[in-house]
Ligand binder design. Structure first.
Ligand code: PGA
Length: 253
């Protein structure tokens, strides 16, 4: 059985004091859900260390939103996997569609970053998903298959088993337009079968596949009812304590 994971992607929001206060509230409120779901928050780089301290001994995990693949060097503006470990991260989001669309992230750089993250014992949360134009031209499966294949190509079955993949249709991110549970399940099942073909059934059965794109308190339960949806990567609704905790506590709702 795969344990559900609810991850909050704070994107470029929250000053350090704001991040610390949200993290404290999430840590305090997530306690009751901790028996059933894993919870993670991914603040901006500037708040990582302070949020780690604010999370204290709680079960809430810390993730970053991107990284460079090198451990150190002359890479102005970049942050390395070693630095993320040092700041207290256990996870790192890689290949988010905003990185791909706005910052030139490619399948190749995502693959290099995934290998580098694993080498530092950081769990990648690997994001894939099609744009609206790709969906409307019937290329959804082709695009997602390419993204998954290239990111996982160099990884071993054991590494893939520990991976988190996030299926995030670009047209559903920040738009209020969630994929229907059936649409999401179709892609999650497709991704899992694709991973089974390349890395074997045990790895595909163990890897968690999150859905992302306008996940809210009122749609989380129906999404989580699908057999291949193992959690959510939540943007907007992770920025407020009440909405994020409602999502985290979906099993009790
Ligand atoms: P959203 O963002 O929940 O605001 O749609 C999801 C994401 O980008 O990970």
């Amino acid at each position: 059985m795969r344990r559900p994971l609810i991850a909050g992607n704070w994107k470029m929001y929250k000053t350090v004091p704001e991040a610390v206060s949200l993290a404290r509230e999430v840590a305090a409120g997530a306690g009751s859900a901790a028996g059933e779901v894993d919870v993670l928050v991914a603040p901006p780089f500037t708040a990582l260390h302070a949020v780690k301290e604010a999370l204290g001994g709680s079960a809430v995990a810390l993730g970053a939103q991107d990284m460079h693949w090198e451990s150190e060097g002359a890479f102005t503006g970049a942050v390395s996997p070693v630095m993320l470990r040092d700041a207290g991260c256990s996870h790192v989001i890689l290949g988010h569609s905003e990185r791909r669309q706005l910052f030139g992230e490619t399948d190749e750089s995502v693959a290099r970053k995934a290998a580098a993250a694993l080498a530092q014992a950081l769990t990648p949360i690997l994001c894939v998903g099609e744009t609206l134009a790709e969906r409307e031209s019937g290329r959804t499966m082709e695009v997602v298959e390419r993204q998954v294949e290239r990111a996982l190509r160099a990884l071993s079955p054991d590494q893939v088993a520990g991976l988190v993949i996030a299926y995030e249709p670009v047209w559903a991110i920040g738009t209020g337009r969630t994929a229907t549970p059936a649409q999401a399940q179709e892609l999650h099942s497709f991704i899992r079968k694709r991973v089974a073909t390349s890395h074997g059934e045990p790895a595909a059965g163990a890897a968690r596949i999150l859905y992302g794109g306008s996940v809210k308190p009122d749609n989380i339960r129906s999404l989580m009812a699908e057999p291949d949806i193992d959690g959510a990567l939540v943007g907007g609704a992770s920025l407020g304590t009440a909405s994020f905790l409602k999502i985290v506590r979906y099993p009790a709702a």
